[in-house]
Design a protein. Sequence first.
Length: 329
Amino acid sequence: MKIAVVGATGMVGEVMLKVLKERNFPVDELLLVASPRSVGKQLEFNGKNYTVIGLQDAVDARPDIAIFSAGGGTSLEWAPKFAEVGSTVIDNSSAWRMDPTKKLVVPEINASELTKEDKIIANPNCSTIQLVMALAPLHEKYKMKRVVVSTYQSISGTGVKAVKQLENELAGVQGEMAYPYPINKNALPHCDVFEDNGYTKEEMKLANEPQKIFNDHSFAISATAVRIPTSGGHSEAVNVQFENDFTLTDVRRLLNETPGVVLQDNPDTNTYPMPIYAHDKDDVFVGRIRRDESQPNTLNMWVVADNLRKGAATNAVQIAEYLVENKLV
Ligand SMILES: NC(=O)c1ccc[n+]([C@@H]2O[C@H](COP(=O)([O-])OP(=O)(O)OC[C@H]3O[C@@H](n4cnc5c(N)ncnc54)[C@H](OP(=O)(O)O)[C@@H]3O)[C@@H](O)[C@H]2O)c1
């Protein structure tokens, strides 16, 4: 396999290389790609040094798979060029997610939709991935009607510039700002840009992507996305109303049996998911499971995952693994 990692110098790109190595992905040849600012830089993978190259050189090398984590604009312009030379693109940006001709894939839920003809495959938004991982087994059994989700999102979700902003604030240094306000000791109800309806783009991704992943438009989602000064992962308070009633024992059993989901739910021992524990792990952690006593058939839960792992790199590498195992590339 000839693999290109586009955006190799970024937050997601760095974790992508780690995950490819950890999972022993069959990399025979590796192309590390970034913007002209980084061309010529040296990066290490599996004990070997690689020189960062530009996008055109990577297209000319015709990789089997190109994993993009370099922003929507780069994907819109360059993913089709890779597809044209026969590469399969797995894209982490929002560029192709809602395009009806592209698949939006969380492997545990809908990898079976993939075919050889899918040359640009979209990785869902990080907050969406952890949400649907927790909802999938419950939706299958009880059928969701409506979800209300509030997020507490890590600064690592904004990229290197945001991590630098927090480091500068902690060190008392004036520097480039990723956010319109300080993030240390703050909570910004503002993830990604505002849209005409008053929601942010991040909130609309959460509202629209799950229906496409489940291939089911029978439920509705309302979201509030908030940035907080954590770095290990995103947390979500999830309120979900089902058509059918459930027992908490059954909910816990279903989540416990779901590959990729880990139950951490014991108030007696203060056991619940937190970004500090989810950091650097591939699983989605679920806890604080309670019945919503204000209306029937409704559940509250708390869902945490490392946005750079299952929210981005791990999910993308799992898609690549599926393509290889099923001879789709
Ligand atoms: N962070 C997350 O948790 C997360 C989760 C899911 C999806 N994503 C998506 O993944 C992408 C990357 O996010 P990130 O957090 O890793 O951002 P980041 O830390 O800012 O990294 C951006 C990467 O893209 C490269 N890049 C920027 N412009 C480019 C261009 N014109 N041509 C080629 N490469 C270019 C950068 O290269 P240089 O170093 O040369 O500038 C860098 O490698 C974004 O689309 C983001 O929405 C992020």
